[in-house]
Design a protein around this ligand. Structure first.
Ligand code: ADP
Ligand code: MG
Length: 320
């Protein structure tokens, strides 16, 4: 190999916002025949917006109940960086308007409005929980609030059945839904939507034109996954994949003889990115994903994945 040509290739990459970790990576772009795409933050913007707060059928005083569910969920989600969390907090902030002028900050609590959160814990791919104390509701008033997948809430002893229908309908409509619970009962379904990145559809076409078979791999639900896949023209979809199983999926494809490029952005993608024959991380994503990947797409544009592979292959041809 001519080192100069390799440097030209990687230098051109840098101009396009494609950072290739080393010249040895170029060779791997030649063999890949499958591209596994994470959904949230990779194909979609990863900037979700809250579109609905659904209550169990027959709940009285629904406006107040909705506001309370949103407030308590936002209090806990304020500690999370997940796109769902950002949507919930943004919706709460918009509804609540300007906060109290001088919020009395708790000693170790994180404060959102009048609420303080203790004992926060996030479980990747499942949900978040924390104890929310409402200052103006009197001393000692604490709710253990959980936000996340119904199955995960159920593992924590939460009753979810009253909201199953609302939850399922939201998912079937192509949205992402989580439940918020406290006092051992699910109180509301929070519905969020995440728009596609404008270039994702063209990017999938370009990847296919390079001979790569696209597969969408996501922790999100089947309905949301299928809706996104349809919009960008992907037929193969694997939904409801837990973070630890993304790696297993890549390895399974490899055992089937496929050479896998993986594009992702999240903490939950890191292991799969490292195991893939070629790992590409969104520069707009998490540091863990970037560290695990071979190539960083600085602008977070999926089209750069196709450009990266095309450019690398071209560079290799020049060398030979
Ligand atoms: P993706 O693979 O599409 O990037 P994730 O693995 O990050 O998705 O999340 C999968 C699911 O886990 C979400 O759809 C949601 O049900 C749940 N979840 C993860 N983090 C949170 C959070 N901060 N708040 C609520 N739900 C969460
Ligand atoms: Mg993601």
């Amino acid at each position: 190999a001519t080192p100069t040509a390799l440097l030209v290739g990687t230098g051109r990459g840098a101009q396009l916002g494609i950072l290739i970790k080393g010249p040895e990576i170029l060779e791997r772009t030649r063999v890949v025949d499958t591209v596994v795409l994470d959904k949230t933050g990779t194909v979609t913007q990863g900037r979700m917006a809250l579109t609905d707060v659904l209550l169990p059928a027959g709940t009285p005083d629904s406006a107040a109940a909705r506001a309370e569910a949103l407030r308590l969920a936002a209090a806990v989600e304020a500690r999370s960086e997940h796109p769902i969390a950002q949507a919930v907090v943004a919706a709460w902030a918009q509804e609540a308007g300007p906060g109290p002028e001088e919020p009395a900050a708790g000693q170790d609590g994180v404060q959102i409005g009048w609420d303080e959160v203790y004992d926060f814990a996030a479980t990747p791919g499942r949900g978040v929980l924390g104890v929310v104390r409402t200052a103006h509701a009197g001393v000692g008033m604490g709710h253990r609030v959980l936000v996340g997948r119904p199955s995960w809430l159920a593992e924590h002893g939460v009753q979810t059945v009253a909201l199953h229908t609302a939850f399922t309908e939201a998912e079937q409509a192509g949205a992402t839904a989580v439940m918020v619970a406290w006092g051992g009962t699910a109180r509301a379904v929070l519905v969020v939507r995440d728009p596609l990145k404008p270039t994702s559809r063209a990017a999938v076409d370009e990847l296919r034109a390079l001979g790569l078979r696209p597969l969408l791999l996501t922790g999100d639900n089947e309905g949301a996954a299928r809706a996104v896949a349809r919009e960008v023209g992907i037929e193969e979809v694997v939904a409801q994949v837990l973070p630890e199983d993304k790696l297993a999926w890549v390895e399974r494809l490899q055992r089937d003889g496929r050479r896998v490029a993986m594009v992702g952005d999240g903490v939950n993608d890191a292991a799969a990115l490292a195991a893939a024959d070629l790992g590409l991380a969104m520069g707009t994503g998490t540091d863990v994903a970037i560290e695990a990947a071979d190539i960083t797409l600085v602008r977070g544009d999926l089209r750069a994945a196709a450009q990266a592979i095309a450019l690398s292959r071209r560079t290799l041809r020049i060398i030979r």
